[in-house]
Design a binder for this molecule. Structure first.
Ligand code: HEC
Length: 119
């Protein structure tokens, strides 16, 4: 519960600071460099984008049907490889017909996954 609240707060604060400090164009140019330290975590722009996708398109179902894999800002990097396999290689996830990823969401997930490999 606490972790969930912290996640939501991080996303809100990060989204607000992204949206308020700069114009869209300069964010486009700088977003790969954007990072935040929040309660000890280094969070990058693409971590937030990826978390929003994982929460909206994956956790919505996992919360009911796969409780052992609920993605959070804190645990998502450790699942990056599993997510890569399920989404890009085997194409098993997102499961079912109702929930789809847009081309943009695929791209954002892919950028985040690559970024976890350089750490
Ligand atoms: C409509 C339901 C549903 C949606 C949407 C969904 N999942 Fe799943 N996912 C499941 C279920 C059920 C399992 C466990 C059974 C299985 O592996 O098929 C699972 C398992 C997984 C696993 C573990 C598979 C393994 O064998 O290691 C990963 C990783 C995963 N999901 C990632 C994702 C990601 C990433 C998304 C979003 C892009 C997503 N899932 C969306 C239902 C869903």
């Amino acid at each position: 519960m606490m972790v969930k609240l912290v996640n939501i707060l991080i996303v809100i604060i990060a989204t607000l600071s992204i949206n308020s400090t700069d114009t869209y164009e300069s964010i486009e140019a700088n977003k790969a460099l954007t990072e935040f330290y929040t309660s000890g975590y280094l969070i990058k722009y693409y971590d937030i984008k990826a978390f929003q996708i994982l929460d909206n398109k994956c956790n919505v179902c996992h919360r009911r049907r796969n409780k052992r894999r609920i993605f959070t800002i804190e645990n998502m990097n450790t699942y990056a490889n599993d997510i890569y396999k399920q989404v890009f290689v085997k194409k098993r996830m997102p499961r079912g017909e109702k929930i789809k990823l847009s081309p943009n969401e695929y791209q954002e997930l892919s950028i985040w996954i690559s970024s976890t490999k350089n750490k």
